[in-house]
Write a protein that binds this ligand. Structure first.
Ligand code: G3I
Length: 318
């Protein structure tokens, strides 16, 4: 039956995957599935600060361009990830004083967003990523500690100046359901928009785990953000399990994928869902969570799992 992207397009949504440049260059099975099944692409690492501006003023777009070129060749939209984050940002940025750091942030955004501003494939950006701590306070990152909360508004304004047509997102994890952190995000987005700061979109990463249960009120959470006037999206969906895989865990995982897709389908302002990879052969999960894995919709041999069928059937309306 039809590929994921055809069913998603028929519902007016995107279904995407994060791509890594290594397998994109080296594995035809990876390229073939990425091209056939998805209509949206995010670079897993290639657009981050350490990849695009490793030393001050020296911009490198080799990996970013490879991802964008692949997407353009396959009729896929690209979501830029990510401009301002505390992780994967070079030491030279972190050691700047306040005035120089603010200038470096603006210049980085101008250069990276500006490079793709006229590229029709690149339509949106994660402008700031993971600005909250898990209790709903501001994360005390080097950005916050050096610049204060105003770096967030500044980053959005710089991105808007660099590409007036791009959709500009704030992105975070553990904000899929209604909880203290997602409520903090809701309050920040509302305040920023009241102040005229160009926040167009909210990204819910969606790094879930079957052993922790499905988040509460996912659809309602999406809807309350949508009611602020922003687009919402699931940006980094994966659903890990304690290894080894078995049929029961696969089935639970499939229901979590299904329920995430259905929440997005139920909210008009939800643009779509990006899965953080697609094959268990290439996933950040086992490197970060010891003893966990199998978080994606294809196994390590590129065979579709029950989670694939769940996403497919939900998008198909089944
Ligand atoms: O590129 C180097 C390589 O040169 C070196 O030999 C190798 C040795 O460790 O490391 C390589 O860098 C790794 C990089 O991925 C590229 O593979 C880093 O160590 C590794 O830490 C990095 O992990 C990425 C992680 O972000 C970093 O925070 C994951 O691939 C990526 O999936 C993950 O993605 C994040 C999102 O951006 C934001 N939300 C959470 C999500 C999961 O952590």
């Amino acid at each position: 039956s039809a590929a994921l992207r055809q069913h998603a397009a028929a519902r007016g949504k995107f279904i995407g995957a994060a791509l890594a440049t290594g397998p994109l260059a080296n594995e035809s099975a990876y390229r073939d599935i990425a091209a056939a099944e998805f209509n949206q692409i995010t670079a897993e690492n290639a657009m981050k600060w350490d990849a695009t501006e490793p030393s001050q003023g020296r911009f490198t777009f080799t990996g970013a361009d490879a991802v964008v070129d692949f997407a353009a060749a396959n009729g896929q939209q690209v979501h830029g990830h990510t401009l301002v984050w505390h992780s994967q940002t070079p030491g030279w940025v972190q050691s700047l004083g306040a005035t120089a750091m603010r200038a470096a942030m603006r210049e980085h955004i101008a250069q990276v967003v500006g490079r793709y501003a006229d590229d029709p494939a690149v339509v949106s950006w994660d402008v700031v990523n993971e600005v909250f701590d898990d209790s709903g306070g501001m994360r005390t990152s080097f950005w916050y500690n050096t610049l204060g909360e105003s770096y967030i508004a500044d980053a959005f304004r710089a991105a808007r100046a660099a590409d007036p047509d791009a959709r500009l997102c704030i992105n975070d994890y553990n904000v899929e359901g209604i909880n203290a952190k997602s409520t903090a995000m809701y309050n920040l987005v509302r305040t920023l928009r009241q102040q005229g700061v160009p926040v167009d979109c909210v990204g819910f990463q969606g790094h879930l785990a079957i052993q922790y249960g499905f988040p509460g009120q996912v659809q309602q959470n999406m809807q309350r953000f949508a009611d602020l006037g922003v687009q919402v999206r699931v940006t980094e969906l994966d659903i890990r399990m304690v290894m080894p895989r078995d049929a029961s865990k696969d089935a639970t995982q499939a229901t979590y994928y299904r329920d995430t897709v259905n929440a997005c389908l139920a909210v008009t302002a939800c643009a779509g869902i990006t899965i953080w990879g697609f094959t268990d052969k290439h996933s950040w999960v086992p490197d970060t969570f010891s003893g966990q894995g199998a978080a994606l919709i294809y196994d390590e041999n590129y065979r579709p799992k029950p989670a694939y069928t769940a996403v497919h059937d939900a998008l198909a309306g089944g």
